[in-house]
Design a binder for this molecule. Sequence first.
Ligand SMILES: Nc1ncnc2c1ncn2[C@@H]1O[C@H](COP(=O)(O)OP(=O)(O)O)[C@@H](O)[C@H]1O
Ligand SMILES: [Mg+2]
Length: 392
Amino acid sequence: MDPRRNPYAPGAGTPPPELAGRDHVIERAAIALDRIRAGRTARSVILHGLRGVGKTVLLNRVGLDAEARGFAVARIEAPEARSLPALLAPALRATLFRLRRIEATKSGLQKAMRALSGFASALKIKYQDIELALDFAPEKGLADSGDLDTDLADLLMTVGAAADERATAVVLFVDELQYVPGEQLGALIMALHTASQAQLPITMLAAGLPQLVGQTGRAKSYAERLFEFVSIDRLGTAAAASALCIPAEREGARFTDEAIDVILRQTMGYPYFLQEWGRHSWNVAGDSPITGDDARRATHEAVAELDAGFFRVRFDRLTPTERRYLRAMAELGAGPHRSGDIADRMRRNVTSVAPVRNGLIAKGMLFSPAHGDTAFTVPLFDGFMKRILPEP
Ligand SMILES: Nc1ncnc2c1ncn2[C@@H]1O[C@H](COP(=O)(O)OP(=O)(O)O)[C@@H](O)[C@H]1O
Ligand SMILES: [Mg+2]
């Protein structure tokens, strides 16, 4: 069929042609934001799940909706190597400039801008990656102590107060939150907590890998009172079928039931894989309807594409020892696995391979679903490890 009209969109953060099965999460997040803007109590949402389940597109969707409803949105993606203050400062600066366009009788915005200047200048010594144009002179004693805990709380309080004067709310949208180091994450949670206790309209909506739940709890035990943790998982049968069928219908095409069966079995309902299989099934099919045979031929292409892209980029970042660890895990199956069993497979003891496991967790390749258990953060990674390293 005509590749120019192919609607499917595999890719990290690429908006799908149909965001299937997530309406309730979108609604939950929207309710929390509206309540916070209205000065009512609400727990904001943290989305957690494996790679490719659709956290980023969901976060972006909620962010766009919020912007359209007049929220002041600050977008932050936490890469592995940058400090939180370095990411936050420019994002908040942009948000403050947007807030400035809304008229208000009080002068809280100036204060927030001064707080931001003080925050950035004082923390530059500790976090050398902060780069910020200082639009306003800092105010002595405001967010400029050089201690992240107190300065971030000061900063978010003033930003929240400026939003309040303008009858809106500031929402920090943070993707890949698991990469923020523990003490910086703790400072962020504490600052949001302080602002929430003062009933100021500032909050965070975040997404990250499954380890995020444990990380936030360890950073601040009261995190669960501040956030609702929503697990984003593979799609159920009906939603997965919609993700495939609705975009095709819009183009005047359809799948046979057998084709849907084949694709659901192969992809297990994981959104990234649904897009990949949808795309290839469309391209190999001669005409609508797309049949079971088309879907089977597409499997070949889809797997090759994932092996060269989605899986491969993660594999390339691994050391030889890390590869051996993951290959031993793959030998045991999809997982989760007991860490002891993995060590046994490598003929090593658990303590000697613990640093490798910790390194893989820090890189976002593995997580621990329960004490002593280890699992892949990338669905179907076991099969890939066996294809790329046939010898265990
Ligand atoms: N609910 C959904 N329905 C259909 N496709 C989806 C859905 N959520 C995500 N996708 C697709 O899955 C892929 C991965 O989405 P992404 O948000 O990058 O995942 P994550 O951030 O969890 O790794 C993208 O190609 C996206 O279009
Ligand atoms: Mg993502």
